[in-house]
Ligand binder design. Sequence first.
Ligand SMILES: [Zn+2]
Length: 359
Amino acid sequence: MSELVYEVRSRFETPALRERYLRWLREGHVQAVIRGGAIEGEVRIEPDGAVVSRYRFASAAAFAAYESGAAVALRAEGRALFSEGVAMERAVTERVMGLSRAPLEVVPVACLRDNYAYLLVDRDAREAVVVDPSEAAPVETALDELGLVPTQIWCTHHHFDHVGGNEAFVRAYPDLVVLGSRHDLEAARIPGQTRGLVDGDEVLFGARSFRAMAIPGHTLGALAFVGEGVAFTGDTLFSGGCGRVFEGTMSMMQGSLRRLASLPAGTRIFSGHEYTVRNLEFAAEVEPESAAIRARLETVRRLRAEDRPSVGAPLADELATNPFLRADEPAVRAFAARRGEAREPDDVFARVREAKDVF
Ligand SMILES: [Zn+2]
């Protein structure tokens, strides 16, 4: 039969995007998809920056295997990708890589008195990201039990009860990537940190894409890691509450909470501490008429009585019960007004935060 040749011409919106695509090719991800048949491929970059991929198929069946999967993705790459930006890019990444992925797993690991570290788990690769290792021992135990090797540490901020385990991990795994904000890198206050992130930077775990979100207020270098339907919010947004404002200003903290509040309502929130019962007891004082707060408090008390974590609830629950995301609610405004100047949302937030400081 005659040789089948297929050529795809892709123009990349940014050099970074082109570089990434070429990296996928070098790392064999495209080949992984099209190994359903004998296929040879070559890729060249045209003077105008376009990437041309040319594949030779030994049989019609090989072409069909390719056509049914990767070809669609690559054509999408040549067209829709560029107008739809990052989301499309990710969709294409997944399709090009042909992954049938297990759902993302987040495993909370109780540390110290009331902290949580988290394992972000890729079962297929047997790898994990450790988020905020407060101390090494319980995290190591959890990794061992699950048969996972840590490849990255993500630090939401520099406080000792979030990075206390870094040194031990870096000693045990010298290639570990340790991420935190650029602010904290410049201040050299996260042990072992290898990369400083700024707002919007992409962070990859296998094929999964996350984004660093700058959320200053609790500290100036505070970051959230957001993606794949979850957000690690450190000591900024808690279940039912928020962290104390140490390094930033009240309005900075409120701006950070507002950004977190604008994530999709289904986003599961994983915060740095198990403070939820106490937070909701306070919320019930702010909004004594709220049935949502009462119901959530009951649920969380039940979970805690069984020694189960209360973290990981959807953002929608926070929007309905967390007084620090509800500065526009009449009951919250009234609570704030009884405690001083509370005309603007920033003032409302500040009065509620001050009240919580002494609760
Ligand atoms: Zn902290």
